[in-house]
Design a protein around this ligand. Structure first.
Ligand code: APR
Length: 311
């Protein structure tokens, strides 16, 4: 029997995630949205592409959570984007309500699934899903670092004109302006980029990486990035479905690791069939450590705001 992944939110990120999952033939997919017709229409369209794309994965679109029963993985992309005139607090309140409702609906039918959160503000939404699901901490994982480090890798490849496949990059911290790219641990075929690129240029690339989401938003004018976010969510899902034990930067609930407690934040983790199977602690310089603590403080203040929201 094929593995089963439910993707919630059939918008840009959700539909592209569903497309990549079936086209890689990783699993069958259930695509859910609150809008009637959108998940059904997109799923039918993807089903009709299957003979040409040559895969036998099945995809079904629905508004009914019961169809998602016994999913192995749940990927949540539901939410709204910030609209003109909307404050950050309004966005937080709206997406918190959506995330709470969606998590409760879906976990009722798949109590043993692993949840990957994609909706923003990412680290705060992980807390909401963690609380609403009552799942253990290894089973709620945020997608941020894989995307941020992919952006970092793309920019390094553009700078050095080498294959993206040769490049590994590491990014820690929250998904936002305070993220902490680690040039020291970023390599081209094992060679640290600090040996290959000037300090000034690395700083430029680091800045562009931290600003990666905003750069796309300003080009698109309406909506935000979706191709790379979908790829990142699918890489995480693949590592879990195939029990690959792959080390990827993800938002994880920390209990003392890196000196941080009771907070979701981006760190390297080992992903396998049990979700987060290990949190990898790497030694940071004082400067890196203080950047991570600053990022954690920013996430903490957002999480504190969550408590003021009445559901
Ligand atoms: N239940 C299910 N689906 C919902 C709900 C809900 N309660 N509320 C909203 N949705 C759906 C919308 O109907 C829409 O189809 O979520 C989808 C969001 O899609 P888009 O607006 O296209 O947004 P997208 O670009 O996919 O981004 C989704 O991912 O990367 C993050 O910041 C991004 O938080 C955003 C999320």
């Amino acid at each position: 029997m094929n593995k089963k992944v439910t993707v919630i939110g059939a918008g840009n990120v959700g539909a592209t995630t569903a497309q990549r999952l079936v086209e890689k033939e990783l699993c069958d997919v259930v695509l859910i949205d609150i809008l009637d017709g959108i998940p059904q229409g997109k799923s039918l369209d993807l089903t009709e592409a299957a003979p040409i794309e040559k895969h036998d994965s099945h995809i079904i679109g629905t508004n009914d959570y019961e169809i998602s029963k016994d999913s192995d993985i749940i990927i949540i992309t539901a939410g709204i984007a910030r609209k003109p005139g909307m404050s950050r607090d309004d966005l937080l309140a709206t997406n918190t309500k959506i995330m709470t409702q969606v998590t409760k609906n879906v976990t009722k039918f798949s109590p043993d699934a692993i949840i990957i959160i994609v909706s923003n503000p990412l680290d705060a939404m992980c807390h909401v899903a963690f609380n609403a699901s009552n799942f253990s901490k290894n089973k709620v994982i945020g997608m941020a670092g894989v995307l941020d480090s992919a952006r970092f890798r793309a920019f390094i490849s553009m700078e050095l004109n080498v294959s993206v496949e040769n490049i590994h990059a590491f990014v820690l911290g929250g998904h936002g302006d305070t993220m902490v790219p680690l040039p020291r641990y970023s390599t081209v075929s094992g060679i640290p980029i600090t040996e290959l690129i000037s300090k000034e240029k690395i700083n430029e690339i680091v800045k562009r990486t931290a600003n990666g989401g905003a750069e796309i938003v300003s080009l698109l004018k309406s909506g935000s990035a979706f191709y790379a976010p979908a790829s990142a969510a699918v890489e995480m899902a693949e590592a879990i479905l195939k029990d690959k034990k792959k080390i990827l930067p993800c938002a994880a609930y920390l209990k003392g690791e890196y000196g941080i407690n009771d907070l979701f934040i981006g760190v390297p983790v080992k992903l396998g069939k049990n979700g987060i199977e290990e949190i990898i602690e790497i030694k940071l310089t004082d400067q890196e450590d203080s950047a991570l603590k600053k990022s954690a403080a920013a996430v903490k203040s957002l999480v504190a705001d969550l408590e003021k929201i009445s559901l």
